[in-house]
Design a binder for this molecule. Sequence first.
Ligand SMILES: C[S@@+](CC[C@H](N)C(=O)[O-])C[C@H]1O[C@@H](n2cnc3c(N)ncnc32)[C@H](O)[C@@H]1O
Length: 299
Amino acid sequence: MNYRHAFHAGNFADVLKHAVLTLCLAHLGKKANKPFAYIDTHAGIGRYDLSGSEAQRSPEWRDGIARLLAAERPEEVDRVLKPYLDTVRALNGGTGELTSYPGSPAIAAHMMGRSDRLHLCELHEADSVTLDRLFATDRRVKVEKRDGYRALKSLLPPKEKRGLVLVDPPFEHRDEMAHMAEAVVDAIPRFDTGTYIFWRPLKDMWAAERFDVGLAEWLLAEQGLQPEKILRADLWVRDPASEGKLSGAGVFVVNPPFTLEEDLLFVLPWLCDLFARDEDAGWRLDGGITEDSLAVDEF
Ligand SMILES: C[S@@+](CC[C@H](N)C(=O)[O-])C[C@H]1O[C@@H](n2cnc3c(N)ncnc32)[C@H](O)[C@@H]1O
């Protein structure tokens, strides 16, 4: 387990993932007196010090969250990104300075209510200790040093019967996509009304397409999900097939808030212009996915 998210925290891929996460959390939080559970299968350390050596050695956050905060944002973009940007600002002491970046656990903990619950899995020994320390005094949070995929079996369905599952693996291994698919097929029937966000890189396009198409087909045909319950949002800052650094990434969301597609339609093209590294940058947003609407040769 060599992956260190500290090198990537706050990059363009985190911005999209965490913006979607905040929109889903905000939606679940709208129902007063109806607690919900948040399950993070691959939680990381929860919060990232941007003055730390990893963040200083890797400028990814400067081209991501720092650029976004400094940009002049159209009103509609600002409205959609408000829960995300408010969280980032609040976790920086509301000073307007950017010294740390919240990981998904800190974002969720900030946005969730007193009766909600967070279950965070992190398999890396030292990282799970760091994560546990961050939430030592927060009684809503349980941190486990455990394989997040396996944990889903015992965590679903949550007792609240309302919840959000984030599956955000490091993709260190070639078969990660297959592991993720296995976990999906096991998890969703246990809790088919839950919201799920699956993050995946757009590096190996064939693997990403196979995951998306396979999952969409299974959800529609086997689980009887309506097309509007499936959404995918991707962003690439250069040709996604180019060698080297991560060029593109996105999320596949099951049971998204009904407003998510419209919200992302305001934001994705604008984020694409903001983060573009060259003319091959792009984005795609598929809401109401059907078997026919996911074409493998879209690029
Ligand atoms: C991409 S990072 C998570 C980032 C975090 N979700 C966020 O948005 O801030 C992936 C994390 O998963 C951890 N990890 C790797 N394999 C795991 C597994 N099978 N179960 C749980 N955690 C795992 C890694 O140590 C790493 O910290």
